[in-house]
Design a protein around this ligand. Sequence first.
Ligand code: ADP
Ligand code: 5GP
Length: 204
Amino acid sequence: MNKKGLLIVVSGPSGAGKGTICKEVLERRDDIFVSTSATTREPRNGEIEGVNYFFISREEFERKIAEEEFIEYAEVYKNLYGTPKETVLDKLNQGENILLEIDIQGALQVKKRYPEGVFIFILPPSMAELKSRIIGRGSETPESLERRFSSAFEEIEFVNQYDYYIINDQVKRAADLMESIIDAERCKVIEDIEEIVTMFKEEV
Ligand code: ADP
Ligand code: 5GP
């Protein structure tokens, strides 16, 4: 069967554990590829160009917007982030499953253009735990910590726009759930049904 890949979109408040869960799932599976976004944000310690992000200037980002190079883009906490269109669409057409870890504004843009994707929202077990995870990550200044934490209350209301939610209590359990969602979506009977029936009929 020449099946299109699955577009997996993962969002949730900063510190909920999106990066951690996605990393765990990507380590377990060789049939899921992650899309590398472009951003105008400065690299954090240890982040690698082309692996974590393509770190580009605001001017270059704006040129890419004008040339329609993004499937979606958004301003998040004063920086621009965008998903490269061509790479993602090519991979899906080649049958590869692609994972996007993007913010809610971006996810809703993707949902409009590509509703056949699967949209997953990661939640923390509690707001207190969310705060301690952001602090524990050690990546934020006091101002950016407050900005991310107060946005989280508004962001959580968007969970109803998604197909699935995962409460990230334990990483292993959350990654198991994400794998189950992906596997179930790959087995969904949608437009493939004709092809599946034909495949079995041809065999006899
Ligand atoms: P996000 O990508 O959603 O901003 P991260 O994956 O960076 O979040 O996780 C935020 C912090 O919380 C990191 O320091 C990470 O190690 C920690 N973390 C993630 N998941 C869990 C978990 N289930 N239990 C405890 N700590 C976690
Ligand atoms: P961070 O700066 O912590 O890496 O990411 C901040 C936020 O930007 C996170 O919510 C992350 O999911 C989101 N993000 C990362 N890449 C993209 C992207 O390509 N598009 C959008 N819309 N959001 C992104």
